[in-house]
Design a protein around this ligand. Sequence first.
Ligand code: 6PG
Length: 464
Amino acid sequence: MEKSHIGIYGLGVMGQSLAKNMARNGFAVSAYNKDASFTDRFLANGEIENVRAFYDLESFIDSLSSPRLIFLMVTAGRVVDLVIEELVPYLNAGDVIMDGGNSYFKDTNRRCRDLEEKGVHFLGVGVSGGEMGALWGPSMMPGGNAEAYALAKPILTSICAKTESGFSCCDYIGKEGSGHYVKMVHNGIEYADIQLICEAYHLMRQKGMSPDEIKAVFGKWNQGRLHSYLIEITEKILGVVDEETGLPLIDVILDTAAQKGTGKWTSMESLDMGTPIPTIIEAVCARYLSARKDERVKLSKVFACEKDAEPVTEAFLEDLEQALYCAKICAYAQGFALMADASDAFGWKLDLGRIALLWQAGCIIRADFLVDIHDAFKNSHDNLIASDKFRDAIASGHKAWRRIIASAVLDGTSVPCMMSALSYFDSITCANSPANLLQAQRDFFGAHTYERVDREGSFHTIWE
Ligand code: 6PG
């Protein structure tokens, strides 16, 4: 029997889509799922050219050419460890296990180390783009053993997303869990980007605009510098009517956000690293706030204060576009700053400009904007807001951004991310912060000492 190029372990939606994608690209694929009902469902629609499904693990592994490449598409967490334990006894030195789930990068670090001791290579592969991405071309962020990546590269670069100019959105990120780290930050940025769009929608809605009118605004924005997948799907969403009620579907969807945790991880890592990413953290909090529906409804009655939204004007919509763009720059600047700090701290040598290019197609935050980020990193590794294009955009847009925040505050409309991005901008560009007073307070109550502006050293004052 001819050996397969690669094995897919896990035939959920993502695993099935990746298997089909690999097969369509001419690779012979072996497929396996521990729960046979998944395999049955996978085969239910008939045979797939280049794919063989197996019901027993040993035959699945025997069907692979050597060194074996096994791509796990299973639920992140403990399951990955269990599957690895199950696979290892059948593997030889030099075989490669790849984990395509949203795994926590520290787990990936540990798995890389543990498996290297056994001679088996491990790659943590960030995969973005959901089911359709997996089927037609995801953005892929593989990290781990570089030799193992060289073996997997022909397959991964064939199945990944391509830009119009033919650029492949898959490249080696770095050692250990760096690929999963970069995917985690992608998701953190995704949280902020989504929340910013929701806030723009909320502002327009609070001013009395209908879903159809707002749809037209997003449609217009999508023709300009905000052009992106997330703006595009927002426009589409706002045009969908609920078949049951005849209402815009958006109006029958409950306003409580779910999450699987990668935004929270990004936030937690930033706090550990000491990198300020307030807009991403705020996006996670906004989801938590939304989930407290009962409390919100109750409190909305306690504080039934008048909220008189000023009517919408053309000038307001122009300001809003500027505010959304400037806030977006700051959210991405925070995510990239976190990756820069992680790269230094973990010795990963991340190529930030290259990472921006990997996100141009296939992934959820795909946008033309990422090319500007790539270009910004060509010249400097400073904060993104300092690059020529983004500096000019904020310089010409910040007054509009401030007007939007001011009007949101006066209207009583909650825009936590847009507002936090502006505070980030004002803080990171403020040469003299009030932290001198903070240091004095710490020294006053706890003799924690402070530094002086005029000479080196650590000082303490007897304040009273
Ligand atoms: C992607 C997405 C994906 C993520 C979903 C849902 O890049 O394809 O980031 O990995 O799981 O977007 O995430 P939340 O449930 O946390 O919103």
